[in-house]
Ligand binder design. Structure first.
Ligand code: SF4
Length: 222
């Protein structure tokens, strides 16, 4: 049998998510929200979980937070169709409560498979549950906008856009952080060329991207 394309794998994952009952979040969902977008830009954004609008439509980030996310992407010349957007849990926690550890654990497999199929160059975490998945023990106030280079990727923690709707200061930080993407993409390419991605390299001052210089580059690096 011919090997599935990443698009086919994602379609299969989406179908599985829509009929999934692996945790209690299936009980009150209207629609599951597997995620959507393109693979081409090599950028994957991972939020926390669907909210009211997302649950109604079965699509990620379609409410006010999604509008802000689209504005952020536009600031670096990207449209939401050019990136892949998903969440840590694919079904809405009732009343927008935090997802519970067992719910996150139950849903992890889908995110793992999406990551494997998309194999993004840049993973942007949106909010603390997504942060915890890739930056164990980190505080968003300390690490936002600071990339971690590992696995041949750049993992970049952002505040959740919903927090930006509540706080003008966080909104400003979100726009400042997304402006770092061209520099981060440039640094990633340099690390790839050098053939190493270990944490020591990523954490060193030498690995800090030169934002001004790299902002002249386009995000069509992938
Ligand atoms: S949140 Fe994830 S694990 Fe739970 S029912 Fe939905 S798709 Fe399944």
């Amino acid at each position: 049998m011919a090997e599935q394309t990443p698009e086919q794998v994602l379609e299969d994952i989406g179908a599985e998510v829509r009929r999934c009952s692996a945790c209690r979040l299936c009980e009150k969902r209207t629609k599951a929200v597997p995620g959507e977008g393109a693979l081409k830009s090599g950028i994957m954004l991972i939020g926390e979980g669907p909210g009211f609008n997302e649950d109604q439509q079965g699509r990620p980030f379609v409410g006010p937070a999604g509008k802000l996310l689209e504005e952020m992407l536009a600031a670096v010349g990207l449209h939401r169709e050019q990136v892949f957007i998903t969440n840590v849990v694919k079904c809405r926690p009732p009343g927008n409560r935090d997802p519970q550890p067992d719910e996150i654990a139950a849903c992890n497999e889908y995110l793992d498979r999406q990551l494997a199929a998309i194999d993004p160059r840049i993973v942007i975490t949106l909010g603390r549950f997504s942060l915890a998945r890739f930056f164990s023990g980190a505080k968003i106030s300390a690490v936002h906008g600071e990339p971690k280079f590992a696995d041949g990727r750049a993992y970049v923690p952002f505040y959740h856009p919903a927090a930006g709707l509540r706080s003008p200061a966080i909104k400003q930080m979100l726009f400042e952080d997304i402006q770092k993407l061209p520099a981060i993409a440039k640094r990633l390419k340099e690390l790839q060329a050098q053939g190493h991605f270990d944490r020591q390299e990523a954490d060193s001052a030498d690995a800090a991207p030169d934002t001004e210089e790299a902002n002249t580059d386009q995000l069509s690096l992938f």
